[in-house]
Design a protein around this ligand. Structure first.
Ligand code: FE2
Length: 256
């Protein structure tokens, strides 16, 4: 398996606090059958200098790689960022401009998944769907193929899940979280996640792990859940085949 969304780089965001925790996460991932991960730390939260942050991220990623080698943990980690595309609340409050995101990607201060055409993008949970759609369209027009992180967690998606058909037709890849599928974010999110899976709209599933104890990186349980509910082919496609293709900048196999 390959995990496309994991906060494993130590001391850089709200993920692994230190190298010890990061190595514990890596060992758990590896023991569950994960062989590679895109280390997608929160990159561009408001108030950060993107270039300085990117250098810090690179240093910490190297620290993690050295630790993995020293401990003999067979997990390859690749650079990635979880890019915050902000939102417009139903009251019209705007918290981020999509132009900055595109500019950061074009200039290289923000990273796609392992240098591919695929940026991992998240939005404010209460944003309106129009903001999501316009931002995704803008990125596509600029030549990127956005991977939309955890669509099941956005309020507008839970109200009108059918908007995801449009995103999928636009070429957006919908990445569902392990914790959502397993019910860790509540019943409404769980239902939305399974609706996406049932409609065959998901392009990938990832851990979005943040630590070794609560939001964890092992993928065995979610593999079993996908296998049980939707068949082995689904587990294989969403946890292995498509993540591998994204990591290596190849076209995914469409879920439908
Ligand atoms: Fe995340």
């Amino acid at each position: 398996m390959i995990d496309l969304h994991i906060h494993i780089v130590p001391g850089i965001d709200d993920g692994a606090d230190n190298l010890e925790d990061a190595l514990e996460m890596a060992a758990a991932a590896s023991d569950s059958g994960v062989r590679a991960a895109a280390a997608s730390s929160h990159a561009n939260l408001p108030g950060r200098d993107p270039l300085a942050w990117k250098q810090r991220y690179r240093d910490r990623l190297e620290l993690l790689r050295a630790g993995l080698k020293k401990e003999g943990i067979p997990l390859e980690v690749y650079p990635a960022m979880e890019l915050f595309a902000g939102g417009i609340s139903p009251e019209g409050r705007r918290v981020f401009a999509a132009a900055e995101l595109e500019q950061g990607l074009d200039e290289g201060s923000l990273l796609t998944i392992n240098g591919s055409r695929y940026p991992l993008v998240e939005f404010a949970f209460d944003t309106v769907s129009d903001h999501i759609e316009q931002t995704l369209k803008r990125l596509i027009k600029a030549g990127y193929v956005p991977v939309l992180a955890h669509p099941e967690r956005y309020r507008c998606v839970r109200r009108r899940p059918d908007i995801l058909y449009r995103y999928e037709q636009m070429g957006v890849i919908l990445q569902v979280n392990k914790g959502s599928i397993l019910g860790e974010f509540g019943e409404r999110v769980r239902k939305a996640a399974h609706w996406i899976l049932r409609q065959r709209l998901a392009g990938a599933v990832a851990s979005d792990a943040h630590d070794p104890l609560l939001r964890t990186p092992d993928l065995e349980e979610v593999w079993d859940a996908l296998d049980f509910h939707y068949g082995t082919g689904c587990a294989e496609l969403l946890l292995s085949e498509n993540p591998c293709r994204i990591l290596h900048n190849k076209r995914i196999i469409p879920p439908r």
